[in-house]
Ligand binder design. Structure first.
Ligand SMILES: [Zn+2]
Length: 171
């Protein structure tokens, strides 16, 4: 059986037994998790998140990039269109991790500069080789961004060797 057949077969099981038509568009916990694409670091799995509880944005490294901030702006419009807002009462959780694949791109400064929209002289500030430093950097970037005012932001680092997270930046 191919991958798609496997996944659609699992979906049939989900539709039969795990599906709830009562979930809302707005995340129940008023929370957005920003995480890495890495399959070992699925936020729903490692943080025990149930369907409908949080929104999740994932990219390479789980980084706060200009593209991610643009998506955040779009999400805020979606929430506003439903009569709410992303602001006070909301939580953003930035989830970085050890052994992140983005560290393998250190030899690709041009690619990283474009990703972060920064020049190569300032690339070191993005701390791609140190998840504790990178999560602190990205929490600060979100806290300072006027597009998401009043949101509580925290930074976690997940250890792929132990399965445990460390809260590096408290909310
Ligand atoms: Zn990663």
């Amino acid at each position: 059986m191919g991958v798609v057949e496997t996944l659609t077969s699992r979906n049939a099981d989900f539709a039969a037994s795990g599906f709830s038509p009562d979930l809302r568009l707005m995340p129940k916990l008023k929370t957005i998790v920003i995480g890495c694409v890495d399959p070992r670091v699925d936020p729903n799995a490692v943080l025990g998140i149930a369907p409908g509880e949080v929104g999740t944005l994932r990219n390479v490294g789980g980084r706060v990039t200009p593209a991610l901030l643009h998506e955040m702006e779009m999400l805020r419009k979606v929430v506003q269109a439903g009569g709410g807002d992303i602001g006070p009462g909301w939580e953003f959780v930035v989830l970085h991790h050890t052994d992140c694949g983005i560290t393998r791109l250190e030899s690709e400064p041009e690619m990283l500069s474009e990703f972060f929209d920064t020049d190569q002289q300032h690339l070191a500030e993005q701390a791609v080789s140190d998840p504790r430093a990178s999560v602190a950097h990205d929490v600060a970037a979100l806290r300072n961004d006027p597009r998401v005012p009043g949101v509580r932001v925290s930074g976690l680092v997940y250890d792929v060797a132990t399965g445990r997270t460390e809260t590096v930046v408290e909310p």
